[in-house]
Design a protein around this ligand. Structure first.
Ligand code: MG
Length: 216
């Protein structure tokens, strides 16, 4: 079981709910429509790694992409939440990676199949340390950036998210119960690109956190 520590409280990581196409420029770079509602998919907690651990490139893909994202830690059980309780349920923030097998995803999309095999593989989600939500209020002007071997690939700001964190939590809670320890990956800005074995990925959200993971 994966654990996350905030102050002296330990959270056991539950389901990981991910949002797709939450930045206009990223939806467009992959030729997708801008969604009317958050597009949702899941990863199991078993795929999660922390900053400093290796991302293991699966043999069956030749096009693994990085996606840097703001990650929310849910601090209490939530169902059919309103805006205020959705906002209050966010216990922490981190920067994360939603690693994606773009070639596998393209094949699945063509067939109209779920994205599961493109998104779920061991080490396909990474997170930094979590910042307690009570210690920081997101303004939207925070930079969200990712570099590969020192070269910047993704560079945006959080206010470009189509659906902000509390709206995402509110929406998800109307579809499935959120529980203490669940994580929400809130989508990636434009600039996603291929990584190879040996590449060092560094990601940061200003004032929130940093991570480093190497692809092997
Ligand atoms: Mg993503």
């Amino acid at each position: 079981m994966k654990k996350i520590k905030l102050y002296d409280k330990e959270f056991t990581v539950g389901k990981i709910v991910c949002v797709g196409r939450n930045y206009v420029a990223h939806a467009k770079e992959l030729g997708n429509e801008v969604p009317e509602f958050p597009l949702i998919f899941l990863k199991p907690p078993s795929v999660l790694i922390r900053s400093g651990e290796n991302i293991v490139h699966p043999e069956y893909s030749t096009d693994m992409h990085h996606e840097v994202e703001l990650v929310l830690l849910i601090g209490k059980t939530l169902k059919n939440a309103g805006a205020q309780s959705a906002a209050n349920s966010i216990a922490g923030y981190a920067v994360g990676l939603d690693m994606t097998l773009r070639d596998v995803q393209s094949e699945l999309k063509k067939k109209g199949h779920p994205w599961t095999l493109a998104k779920v593989f061991d080490t396909s989600a990474a997170v930094s340390e979590f910042l307690p939500a009570g210690k920081y209020r997101i303004t939207g002007s925070e930079k969200i950036t990712l570099s590969v071997n020192g070269e910047t690939r993704q560079n945006s700001v959080l206010k470009k998210m189509i659906f902000p964190p509390e709206k995402i939590v509110e929406y998800i809670s109307k579809k499935m119960t959120l529980e203490e320890g669940d994580l929400i990956f809130t989508g990636t800005p434009e600039g996603v690109s291929k990584v190879n074995r040996g590449d060092k990925i560094e990601a940061e959200i200003e004032n929130i956190g940093k991570l480093t993971n190497t692809v092997i």
